[in-house]
Ligand binder design. Structure first.
Ligand SMILES: [Zn+2]
Length: 154
């Protein structure tokens, strides 16, 4: 019993560390993450770039419970082609916070336009919310999809 008590006494350190990691998105700066790596001749890239099935975990700002899922992000480069690794880093930065799924896709789209010079962007997210799985409707199967689009693909 004493061993268990001693272990529980350390809980606050474990919890601090876990939540610092779960909410580490606040330490990221989207503008810095999207710093340009490859400049292209203006208007020379006519195709779209799509990054799909990027996993994320976040915290519902309403219930302080996790929601987890994936993001698909499609954009058309303006002056810059962004390194592909920047997209998952941006998604991590915007999701590891208290967040709403509807707002997550909007913030990602706006970051891509404001800091990545995208001329079109569409973001789709699908997620399961623990606040729906384990309370309220108690439904562990519902998946919520949110989308946000800026500009037109053609
Ligand atoms: Zn919720």
């Amino acid at each position: 019993m004493q061993e268990i008590d001693a272990s529980i006494k350390e809980n606050h350190k474990r919890i601090d560390k876990a939540y610092a990691e779960l909410l580490e998105g606040y330490r990221g700066i989207p503008k810095d993450i999207l710093k340009v790596t490859l400049e292209v001749e203006s208007g020379s890239h006519h195709g779209l770039v799509r990054t799909m099935d990027v996993p994320f975990s976040s915290f519902c700002a309403h219930h302080f419970l996790p929601f987890v899922g994936t993001v698909d992000l499609t954009y058309r480069p303006g002056r810059y082609i962004l390194g592909l690794g920047k997209i998952p880093r941006l998604i991590h930065c915007r999701s590891r916070r208290f967040q709403l799924q509807e707002l997550l896709v909007r913030e990602l789209a706006e970051d891509m336009v404001n800091h990545g010079d995208a001329t079109y962007v569409r973001v789709v997210s699908r997620a399961r919310h623990m606040c729906i799985c384990y309370r309220g409707p108690n439904d562990a199967t519902t998946v919520n999809e949110t989308t946000y689009q800026i500009g037109e693909p053609e």
